[in-house]
Design a binder for this molecule. Sequence first.
Ligand code: ZN
Length: 309
Amino acid sequence: MEIQEKRELRRKRNQRKRINRIKTGILSFFVIWMVFSMVMTTVLTYKVVSLQRQINIITGKETVTVENQYVAAEDEGDTYLTAYETAEDNLADPKDTLKVYLTFDDGPSENTDAILDTLDDYGIKATFFVTGKEDEHSKEMYKRIVDEGHTIGMHSYSHKYSDIYSSVDAFASDLDRIQNLIYDVTGVDCLYYRFPGGSSNQVSNVEMARYIEYLTKNGITYFDWNVSSGDATSQAYSPDELVENVMADVVKYKTSVVLMHDADAKDATVAALPKLIEALQGVGAVILPISEDTMLIQHVTLSGSSPEQ
Ligand code: ZN
């Protein structure tokens, strides 16, 4: 009798233990699940915010501020990169004459002739950051850009992020290729560069400092932009909207470097150009090609090298 009671007690005790273990298991599962969800929510929110920021930087809606960049550099245990807030001392007073540099990336294209014709009609000089194309038409376009007094700049040979940002060697050989092509075709020793994606490009998660340093060592100056026409965004802006996008920002700065594109599909840019030139002239802006005298507009710079001139 007693033995049976003891057995019964033991059985109940074991059952309680089992139930408790299951309860603890379920509870732990929920706690872990909740913590995991909270962590994931935080991480994803951070990612979304930082991606939005990268988009803003790339589309010219935002520049990297000193503060933000320092934080980023510290986070990586790397104080090498610094940044420069161009907007600060570049803010225009009403009495300032606005300097505007129109820049066209990604050409030559089927639209290069039309862009050059319009610039010629208005007697305007601009800047073309070209990529490497070796067909006869493209070579003609490199020559026309140079012969008509525009500034020719490099925008990499291949424009393939995965290639040019894979290593300094790859970057250097791509740079050599575009520099030699321009020299062979036009006789110009090209010393201006625009990084595909800009110096703030983080699309390939690269350390841009290595490439900035390489350019600097080789006497090449890179230009980003502080005004974007928006012609490279997924939004299909009308010519009038492109003009509005540029004019909304140009009036803010003493020096504006305007990002536009010379590409087959960018017909709206071609159509916008005469209106844009007239609108800029309407506010008394001076339209110039990039030269040694141009204030450096750079999203990211190396510490110790001030972009101010
Ligand atoms: Zn490009």
